[in-house]
Design a protein. Structure first.
Length: 211
């Protein structure tokens, strides 16, 4: 997978200097004079080298907007101001690193390399996340109810009582759930459920609709 360093900085001289350094180190680089310029394109995988202070839209605001779009691009901030509150906000919001201008070559290359690794991990995680939700979407409302109760540790008899049906029917639903989710054991079903919990609550799985 080809990855690119997206350098977003309104200081043209600094931006070009950093871009030359990174290209000399073997990285692919694209330059943007503003946060909006970056938002106007569909960027390749890689990472963002982002200035904190820029006119109109600063780096922290761009970080917030990208988080809203579930961007997989890690951000390495660069700042000429030793602003501790900014660095704390950036790191709490998930920044990969926060460097002071001018950053040492070793620090910059190290941060970009780590960010590339993080990008690969983010893409793999998102791909798995999307695949799990596609599978979960194949369950009927009643199968989702059974799924939720099974991962709570309820027995078939207890589930049948709660859903006002027979134990035989619950066994059939449970078989369908396992088949549709491509899991072969209770342990695998629990792992599936843990991944779903990353962005949905168990309560949302149980829509009390009749089968």
């Amino acid at each position: 997978m080809t990855q690119v360093v997206h350098v977003v900085d309104d200081d043209e001289g600094f931006r070009r200097s950093v871009a030359r350094l990174l290209r000399a180190c073997g990285f692919g680089v694209k330059e943007y004079g503003s946060a909006q310029d970056f938002l106007d394109v569909k960027p390749e995988p890689g990472c963002i080298l982002l200035d904190v202070r820029m006119p109109r839209m600063g780096g922290l605001e761009l970080q917030r907007q990208l988080a809203d779009t579930e961007s997989t691009l890690p951000i390495v901030f660069l700042s000429s101001h030793a602003d501790v509150p900014d660095s704390v906000r950036a790191m709490k919001a998930g920044a990969e690193d926060f460097l002071s201008k001018p950053a040492k070559k070793s620090e910059l290359v190290g941060a970009v390399t780590r960010a590339f690794d993080r990008c690969r991990q983010n893409i793999e995680k998102k791909s798995m996340h999307d695949a799990l939700h596609v599978l979960f979407g194949t369950l009927t409302p009643r199968e989702r109810q059974v799924f939720a109760l099974v991962v709570e540790g309820r027995l078939n008899k207890q589930i049948a009582h709660e859903l006002n049906t027979t134990e035989r029917t619950i066994k059939a639903h449970r078989h369908n759930v396992m088949s549709k989710l491509h899991v072969k054991s209770f342990a695998e079903l629990m792992t599936f459920a843990e991944h779903l919990k990353s962005d949905a609550t168990p309560a949302s799985w149980r829509q009390h609709e009749s089968a």
